[in-house]
Design a protein around this ligand. Structure first.
Ligand SMILES: [Zn+2]
Length: 266
């Protein structure tokens, strides 16, 4: 077991506000520094996620994104700025993280997550945070994290509404998966994307920061997990609602008679 005395003076100074928290302490900070988190998407949700996880000293951050920084991203994607327009988002994010906290090692994956690379990528990390912007990736991550037995902290947003939850169905018990909540992706075109429907920029900060908080709680094993709950944010009415989500015995992934037994359906 490691003690706070294993930190450098600089680290003791940097993480002082964490270490003084009884729920974190030196042991918890050491846990964060040893943790490996994969963030899928370096966009609206990925920006606050990556910034707060890096600031918190999560030791290794993997970033999956195949896109480049566009001017229309800067309304909400605060990890990027005008100097990185046209640059790969993974490189722009990595540079910002390096400037923020040299304790953090960044592993960039400039790819789109597919059924062919998902298992390998996810297997290299302790936990996955989904900051993607489409249903195909959301369902693929749910299934891949279930098979890889990795906790998934998931979030989504559109216009003025957001939602956050944690999925650990591989542990059984009262832990549902995303498919217990939404059986399959909606028909194409039924739910607009943020580029089609718009999104309030600050909502990305709100929802992505809630997501970062849940990631840190899962890594530290503190507080009440969002597994089994869906937290819904209605920014226009400043309303937050937490609803219970139970595992569905008929779920095609984590139910009693699963029909999804590998990633080949994606
Ligand atoms: Zn399920």
């Amino acid at each position: 077991m490691l003690r706070a005395m294993d930190f450098t003076d600089t680290q003791l100074h940097r993480y002082a506000r964490h270490i003084i928290l009884p729920e974190v302490g030196g042991i918890g900070q050491e846990t964060l520094l040893r943790s490996r988190v994969l963030v899928v998407g370096a966009g609206g949700l990925g920006s606050p996620l990556l910034l707060y996880l890096a600031a918190a000293g999560v030791g290794t951050l993997g970033i999956v994104d195949d896109d480049v920084v566009d001017l229309s991203n800067l309304q909400r994607q605060v990890i990027h700025d005008g100097s990185t327009l046209g640059h790969p988002k993974v490189d722009s994010a990595a540079a910002r993280i390096a400037a923020l906290n040299p304790d953090v090692r960044v592993e960039t994956h400039r790819v789109r997550l597919t059924r062919d690379n998902a298992a390998d990528l996810i297997g290299r990390y302790d936990l996955v945070a989904d900051g993607s912007d489409n249903f195909a990736t959301r369902f693929l991550l749910n299934d891949a994290c279930f098979f890889a037995r990795r906790p998934l902290v998931s979030a989504a947003m559109l216009r003025f509404d957001g939602q956050v939850s944690t999925f650990k169905a591989h542990l059984g018990g009262a832990n549902p998966c995303y498919r217990c909540l939404f059986r399959e992706p909606p028909p194409r075109g039924m739910v607009p994307s943020c580029s089609e429907g718009g999104v309030l920029g600050a909502l990305a900060g709100l929802v992505g920061t809630l997501q970062a908080t849940e990631v840190l709680k899962e890594l530290l094993g503190i507080g009440e997990s969002l597994s089994g709950s869906l937290l819904m944010v209605d920014a226009l009415n400043a309303a937050y609602q937490r609803i219970t989500v139970k595992p569905d015995p008929e779920c095609p992934l984590c139910g009693h008679h699963p029909t999804i037994t590998d990633l080949s359906i994606h």
